[in-house]
Design a protein. Sequence first.
Length: 202
Amino acid sequence: MMAHTPVMDQAALLDIANDAIILTDAHGTITYWNLGACRTYGWEKNEALGQNLHTLLRTELSGDARNLESSLKEQSHWEGELEQVRRNGERIIVASRWTSEGGNPVSPRLQINTDVTARRQETAALRESEEHYRLLVTKDFTGTLSIRADGRIMTCNPAFANIFGFASIEEATTGNFLELLRSRKDGVELLEMVQQHGIVER
């Protein structure tokens, strides 16, 4: 006779998940709290059970989250981002998916939350860096450019285009920097310096 491996019960399976899996009644009282929720929020099961979810986690229901309850009633589903607070006071952002039984106003609500705080911070830092560089390039009154050895302009900023009378950066990149210098009296000394430093051939 073949031996059968016992199948894990549902609660044990849910505890394997890294995500916070939470069940509440229609009034928001927590009735299930998995180990993923313990790790995400810092509250142990016995501390979270029986508490009001939004009060415990200080959920900020702004933006799309204001439609959470109406979406559950009309579509039995809601998905979006929520700002909540961990036990240690750290504010986090979670990608949250809610499900309820359609047509039943007293249906329990199942939610699965994934902490995306680090990802959002990385995205915000990248956006800030890009904006800083954009402002540096577009608002700097010093003309800057990159050229090939033969003088062809590869890239430049708006200040350079304005100094040399180009209508746009695109138009400037069709030009030749060395020819521009030769055509200007104040460009002779710069051209000689560029050539002496070996940036271009004589």
